[in-house]
Ligand binder design. Structure first.
Ligand code: ATP
Ligand code: MG
Length: 572
């Protein structure tokens, strides 16, 4: 492609709308433009990146035996009502009404559609296993669309759905996807780690996320990793061994009410009462599906709201407001406690099981209760792990200290079980003629998120450095002067040579100063640059250089193709 004939509107200035480097670079490199919040337009270079990445995904999915289809984005609300998710996905789902007053949704995922497609058509175990996938646009009305293509309201996803007759066969199908995912991200130049994750609104049994680890604030997810045994989980899901257990006590002391003037925070109360924060129990009031619940965690720990939400099967969970706290406990914020709480479920963290004679709020202004004991002084409704795991907690498997890292979720895999096949009636007959719901899995990859994620790592102060397999072009060809017929002739010749060898080349044929072209080349980030200038041309040579390296090599014009091939092998 000739630069003069394409559309690459590069920008010199820093773009104020972009907080992340990757977002900044895509705007400045002329890859994307914003139309509205979370809605982006992909310009010619971005379109090529999307094609490159999609093709890697397609090749690996096909290799794993999955079959490409295309499902509609527009979908009747009925099948979402049938699966039960119409009420649970909440405001993230884009909804509309057609001219016949028929409720419709714009799909953010396609479990309902694909299950509707196969139900009634797949009748026998002989037709299984099956894996159907698509690469297509999705809509989600995200609460906080941000970071450019990372979290859009309209974006492209690869989503695959597997159907199996037995658990054994499902395991194989799942593993095939996991293997394909590692190959995909590896080919795209991204090292990813697979971590255990919460199943969220998708439901099902278990799930994994594929995380691209970064140390920038693009890493929206925190991952806890055990470097000894390999346990790794999203913090939303992570379990842990408590390495900070307070000393055991035998005797149950008498409960007492004490005044705690000017002390409502954990720090203030522990300082005032001169107790270890591990001997204090925090009572936090939440509103779960419009009803109050109390969550109890040890004073030195935080609540994991996802664990809490899952423990009570809530759809919506939020912290109670100060007014609600006062209404339900009779005391202002900072003095809530489980003793005497009426008609409010008390969800108690498992770590509290080990505590005796602890401190809690007294549900009265500036008062706390000391020497409180579970069962004797209050009845927990449920004892369950609701603590947020943290770095330096013990690995749940081997006890080694966990480390924390930030990551961007680029893909995920869900073991759905029979949630959708049961709800929507997708059944098959086994070899005995017995009917069973089909076992399903679903598998997503962010087609637009992933390339941007890569740019959180692949750049320098001058611009993008694309990994070669997802770069819009492999080679950029720059004659220093388009007014020099010698240079132009050579450039034309090399351009033709590379195109004939099926190499994607961007030919900067603009009548611009060399400096402008070089700056644009660095910004746009094509992996290999070939420069044609008088000095080297006198010796019959061109300059070839990888974007990721400072040094260039001089190569005979006739050897250019070979040099491009060699350099391609060398770079990531
Ligand atoms: P997240 O936790 O980041 O919101 P998710 O769990 O909602 O992601 P899935 O529903 O499993 O994601 O979607 C599959 C993949 O699609 C994700 O791994 C991610 O790469 C991509 N993706 C999800 N939401 C968005 C979005 N709003 N914009 C761009 N890509 C997205
Ligand atoms: Mg999401």
């Amino acid at each position: 492609m000739r630069w003069s004939q394409t559309y690459i509107p590069t920008l010199r200035e820093k773009q104020s709308e972009a907080e992340l480097v990757s977002h900044q670079l895509l705007l400045r490199g002329g890859y994307i433009r914003k139309l509205s919040s979370g809605i982006y337009l992909y310009l010619p270079l971005m379109q090529r990146v999307i094609h490159k990445f999609s093709n890697i995904v397609r090749e690996e999915m096909n290799r794993a035996g999955a079959l490409e289809i295309t499902m509609s984005v527009l979908c009747p609300a009925e099948i979402w009502q049938e699966s039960g998710r119409y009420n649970t996905v909440g405001k993230e789902q884009m909804r509309l009404t057609d001219r016949h007053n028929h409720e419709m949704v714009l799909c953010g995922t396609h479990e309902e559609t694909v299950t509707t497609l196969i139900r009634g058509e797949i009748k026998s175990y002989r037709q299984l296993p099956l894996n159907l996938y698509q690469i297509q646009v999705k809509f989600r009305d995200e609460i906080r669309p941000r970071f450019g293509l990372m979290r859009g309201r309209e974006f492209i996803m690869k989503d695959a759905y597997s159907f199996d007759a037995t658990e054994e066969s499902f395991k194989e199908s799942y593993q095939k996807m996991v293997d394909a995912y590692f190959r995909i991200f590896n080919r795209a130049g991204l090292d990813v780690v697979k971590v255990e994750s919460d199943t969220g609104a998708m439901g099902g049994k278990a799930a994994h996320e594929f995380m691209f680890l970064v140390d920038t604030n693009a890493g929206e997810e925190t991952i806890l990793i055990c470097q000894k045994c390999g346990y790794s989980a999203n913090v939303e899901k992570a379990i842990f061994r408590d390495l900070e257990k307070p000393a055991a006590e035998n005797e149950l002391k008498e409960m007492e009410t004490v005044d705690t003037p000017n002390a409502s925070s954990i720090e203030e109360v522990t300082a005032f009462l001169k107790v270890d924060s591990r001997k204090l129990v925090k009572t936090l009031l939440y509103i779960a599906d419009d009803k109050p619940i109390a969550a109890l965690v040890r004073g030195d720990r935080e609540v994991n709201e996802i664990k809490l939400k899952n423990s009570i099967n809530a759809i919506e969970l939020r912290m109670a407001t100060p007014e609600e706290i006062e209404q339900h406990t009779g005391a202002p914020v900072g003095f809530s406690g489980p003793v005497g709480l009426k008609n409010i479920p008390i969800i108690t963290d498992s770590l509290i099981m080990d505590l005796k004679n602890f401190v809690v709020g007294a549900n009265a202004f500036e008062k706390h209760l000391v020497n409180v004991n579970m069962k004797r002084d209050f009845q927990p409704t449920k004892v369950v792990d609701i603590t947020l795991a943290e770095a330096d907690d013990g690995c749940p498997h081997c006890g080694n200290k966990l480390i924390a890292q930030k990551g961007i979720e680029v893909g995920n895999t869900f073991m759905l079980g029979t949630k959708y096949s049961e709800a929507l009636g997708a059944k098959f007959l086994d070899d005995q003629g017995e009917e069973h719901p089909i076992i399903m899995g679903s598998y997503g990859i962010g087609i637009t998120r992933t390339p941007q994620a890569a740019l959180e790592k692949y750049y320098d102060e001058k611009g993008i450095i694309w990994p070669k397999n997802i770069a819009p072009y492999l080679v950029e060809l720059i004659p220093i002067s388009m007014d020099n017929s010698n240079q132009v002739e050579t450039a034309d010749k090399i351009y033709k040579m590379l195109i004939e060898a099926n190499i994607d080349v961007l030919y900067d044929d603009r009548h611009e100063r060399a400096g402008v072209k070089f700056n644009d080349a660095d910004l746009v980030g094509i992996p290999i640059r070939i420069t044609i200038g008088d000095k080297s041309l006198k010796q019959g040579k061109i300059e070839i250089k990888a974007r990721c390296e400072k040094e260039f090599s001089l190569v005979d014009v006739d050897n250019t193709l070979e040099a491009v091939k060699q350099l391609t092998k060398k770079i990531k």
